[in-house]
Design a protein around this ligand. Structure first.
Ligand code: GCO
Ligand code: MG
Length: 403
């Protein structure tokens, strides 16, 4: 089998997505998600100009060699744009392999390690009362695991909370990023009260998660983790950005709250120290931004040796193709932890046909050959790309801070 053509489709059904479609001489095509929120065209150009010409005429079954050709062979390594582009090609090749052999991808990478996959979604409100209401609605929808975020009194515009009470969507269309505000002091004083109320209202049976979105220092994380210990979080996510992986050594000395990190990591080298020193409990890397299934299987194997489980990033700003790949990955590996699932707006569902079933807070892997996600290319044309930015974040005195 030979790759004869590949094209990049940029569309905006509700939000911007970049997809690669790789075609073979046998008429089978594979799809890969190349979306990098707020930087979509950088990946599209990298694919069109540099990577696609290198894969034409290659055998799509040679995923290991093609991956190394695009990563090692290029000299310029790592980085979000590069790894998202490589990840999209790798995903599409696994889709082709599954379709050519007539099997779902999970059967090619280890088979079934479980029959259903625990998923978590988000619940958020402007204050504690509204957040409690949203958590209750989410439990009523059948979710067993919920990421709880809340507005903080005294901070007007904050990460994770939609202004109109709708689903949270951080990328804003326009010419410049929107601005949000932050105060670590107000946040740290408030958050334990939120989780105290949530546990009081809903008991111990529901899994609770929380995302600090890289805004704390190590010692601030230590304080937060300690103060949340009585509420038994499933995980505390992304408290520090972990550009410096040593950060977690200090955090680990102080708290038993489980830690998750890595949605912005791109390679095994971003988490090697964290995993091998057992400084985290969950690795958040996702298939698209982690360079594809080929490297992510190696990361999962390394993590498994050290008792670290997976929790793949699965926001609505990655396409259903990435989620499909995550579900095959999560089905096949032994050390799956949980899968994030924010859901999609109707326009996204109109363009992407997602075959995986979801019921009572769990995913069931699709038995369709390949990744189990298809795309309506004509409908995609209706939704044209519009530039969008993730917001930036400032402290109350104007200092530029982590978003
Ligand atoms: C999450 C994330 C998202 C990101 C977004 C950036 O845990 O789902 O933190 O909300 O901010 O995916 O593109
Ligand atoms: Mg996050």
């Amino acid at each position: 089998m030979k790759i004869v053509n590949a094209k990049v489709i940029v569309c905006s059904p509700g939000r911007n997505f970049v997809t690669i479609k790789i075609e073979t001489d046998e008429g089978i095509y594979g799809l890969g998600d190349a979306t990098l929120n707020g930087r979509e065209l950088a990946v599209a150009t990298y694919l069109e100009e540099y990577l696609i010409p290198c894969v034409i005429d290659r055998d799509p079954f040679d995923t290991e060699d093609i991956w190394n050709y695009l990563y090692r062979g290029v000299y310029w390594r790592r980085g979000a744009v590069n790894m998202t582009a490589i990840g999209a090609i790798d995903m599409a090749l696994w889709d082709i392999k599954g379709k050519a052999l007539g099997v779902p991808v999970y059967k090619l990478i280890g088979g079934k390690s479980r029959h259903k996959l625990l998923a978590y979604t988000h619940a958020q409100g402007m204050d504690i009362d509204e957040t409690i209401e949203k958590v209750s609605e989410t439990i009523n929808k059948g979710f067993k695991a919920i990421r709880v975020q809340s507005g903080v009194p005294g901070i007007e515009k904050i990460y994770g909370i939609a202004k109109d009470g709708g689903a949270y969507e951080p990328a804003i269309k326009g010419n410049k990023p929107d601005e949000e505000l932050w105060s670590t002091e107000k946040y740290l004083n408030y958050l334990p009260d939120l989780f105290k109320r949530v546990r009081k209202e809903f008991g111990e049976d529901i899994h609770l998660l929380h995302d600090a979105h890289h805004r704390l220092t190590s010692i601030e994380t230590a304080r937060l983790g300690k103060s949340l210990e009585p509420y038994h979080l499933f995980w505390l996510e992304d408290t520090v950005a972990a550009e410096n992986q040593q950060n977690f050594e200090l955090i680990r000395q102080h708290t038993t709250t489980p830690l998750a990190v890595g949605e912005i990591f791109n390679t095994i080298f971003d988490c090697q120290h964290l995993i091998t020193r057992q400084l985290i409990d969950y690795i958040r890397m996702t298939i698209a931004h982690g360079g594809g299934l080929t490297p992510m299987l190696k990361i999962a194997n390394l993590a498994g040796l050290y008792g670290v489980r997976t929790g793949c990033h699965g926001p609505s700003d990655l396409s259903p193709i990435n989620l499909g790949a995550c579900l095959h990955f999560g089905t096949a590996i032994n050390n799956f932890g949980i899968q994030e699932y924010m859901g999609y707006v109707p326009e996204t569902k109109e363009v992407f046909d997602f075959k995986h079933q979801f019921d009572e807070g769990h995913f069931y892997p699709s038995e369709e050959p390949g990744l189990g996600v298809d795309m309506d290319f004509d409908k995609a044309k209706k939704y044209r790309y519009e530039r969008a930015f993730l917001p930036i974040n400032r402290l109350e005195d104007g200092t530029l801070y982590h978003w």
